[in-house]
Design a protein. Structure first.
Length: 452
């Protein structure tokens, strides 16, 4: 079973199959937060009126500490509630939890106005702007993760040191390497399929214990919804089997976890607006070229949306398959932007985001940049051929402070997303930078403890 209608949910609650409905929103960090609600109460009350949550859910750090600097939520404002309004289009079973269904919620103030800094609302705004221009965005995200034989509790208690990966050598595309952990990978695939996602494949990756499960593309909103549900569910399933699974961008000094985002625009009736078969070089229309030109023009100032943590920037190592050069190329994995496919499959892959990305924010950024390129008829530079790591190119920001500065000073960001969103996510970055600045790392201890 996949898609779940309200009528079907009523029947499943009535016969006792479903007793719990998880109502969840996505926070700034891309995590699901919310409540588990008794099934009958959900049908009697929550589906009509929604439920509430403290507005600090969009104004805390990753440890759920209340932090200063957010206009929408503070001690001075009393940390009031906002509303979680269930979106019936997202209703589904979550079969890895007995008796449970899940529904995602939009976030609104109690007067029914949007909480504009909510990630799902930020994406909805850009989808609306794109629709006004006569187009829709089709999207697919590719999440990599590393699996360890240690449980989450064991990993925590060991200080995340000396963890044992499920594969102890590079298993990129290895059938044998995948077989070593296939029981877990299979349960994740089947669980996501039963939760309404179209699973394509699974393959090993380069880092030890690293794998990727691929899903079919869909419209931008549903794909981001599936992304956050899959990410949360994969961790839950791994935990049930005693494994620890991480999507952290750079969990060690080997290859990091990416979340490449494939995206293209189509007309409102499915027209292939980015395609022109008369273009013998790339099969791409002028609109498609303008779309890519917009990505190049705005990638640096959008980097805080693609790389939202201190750790994110440690992926960008030359020769690591994570990009450093802001160039586009036809099927060139050394570029930040890679054009792939033909005809209906023609799309641009943004290789900048890591596994820690909040997909709603990243996809909103890609849509906004593409739309700006089209509106302003931006001219596209020639495709880059060769090793972009060694090129004289504009670079992906090397650190979070650099990305914050670009985001915060951008007039285009302010005009496109609004001053409130710009300030909100600038503050999120400042909070993380300040926390990191006060931390004493293992690197510092080994380098300094005895020698200074």
């Amino acid at each position: 079973m996949s898609a779940l209608t309200l009528e079907k949910l009523k029947a499943l609650v009535a016969d006792g199959t479903i007793d719990t409905v998880v109502v969840a929103m996505t926070d700034m960090q891309g995590r699901l937060t919310g409540k588990r609600i008794h099934g009958q109460y959900f049908l009697d009350e929550v589906i009509k009126h929604g439920t509430e949550g403290c507005n600090y859910l969009l104004a805390v750090d990753v440890d759920m500490n209340t932090v200063a600097g957010y206009e929408m939520s503070s001690w001075e404002r009393g940390y009031s509630d906002f509303a979680l309004i269930p979106d019936l289009n997202t209703l589904r079973l979550i079969p890895w939890q007995p008796g449970a269904a899940l529904i995602l919620a939009d976030v609104a103030w109690l007067d029914h106005t949007d909480v504009v800094a909510s990630p799902r609302q930020i994406l909805r705004k850009q989808i609306s702007e794109l629709e006004k221009a006569g187009m829709v965005a089709m999207c697919g995200t590719e999440l990599e993760f590393v699996v360890f034989k240690d449980s989450y509790e064991e990993a925590w208690n060991k200080g995340y040191k000396n963890l044992v990966p499920v594969n102890q050598y590079n298993v990129d595309y290895s059938i044998l390497g995948g077989s070593r952990i296939e029981p877990l990978l299979r349960d994740i695939r089947l669980g996501m399929s039963a939760a309404g996602m179209t699973v394509e494949s699974v393959k090993g990756e380069c880092n030890f214990g690293q794998h990727e499960i691929a899903f079919k593309y869909s419209d931008a909103l549903s794909n981001c919804d599936n992304h956050v549900i899959y990410k949360n569910g994969a961790k839950e399933i791994a935990d049930q089997q005693g494994f620890a699974l991480t999507f952290m961008a750079k969990p060690n000094e080997k290859e990091g976890n990416s979340s490449h985002i494939h995206l293209s625009f189509r007309g409102l009736k499915g027209e292939l607006v980015m395609v022109d078969e008369a273009d013998k070089e790339h099969g791409m229309s002028e609109l498609g070229r303008q779309f890519i030109a917009g990505q190049i023009a705005h990638l640096r100032e959008l980097s805080i949306l693609f790389a939202p943590n201190i750790n994110s920037y440690k992926r960008y190592v030359p020769g690591s398959f994570a990009p450093t050069a802001i160039r586009w190329g036809r099927d060139n994995r050394t570029c930040a932007l890679r054009l792939v496919g033909h005809g209906a499959g023609l799309r641009l892959e943004n290789r900048v985001p890591g596994g820690d990305v909040n997909p709603y924010l990243a996809v909103a950024g890609i849509i906004a940049a593409g739309l700006d390129g089209i509106k302003n008829k931006m001219k596209l530079e020639p495709a880059f051929a060769g090793n972009a790591y060694d090129s004289e190119s504009s670079r992906v920001p090397a650190s979070m402070p650099e990305a914050l500065d670009l985001w915060e000073k951008s007039e285009w960001v302010k005009q496109t997303f609004g001053a409130e969103v710009q300030a909100h996510y600038a503050n999120m970055a400042r909070v993380e930078i300040a926390a990191y600045g006060k931390a004493v790392t293992d690197w510092e201890l080994f380098r300094n403890f005895e020698r200074f």
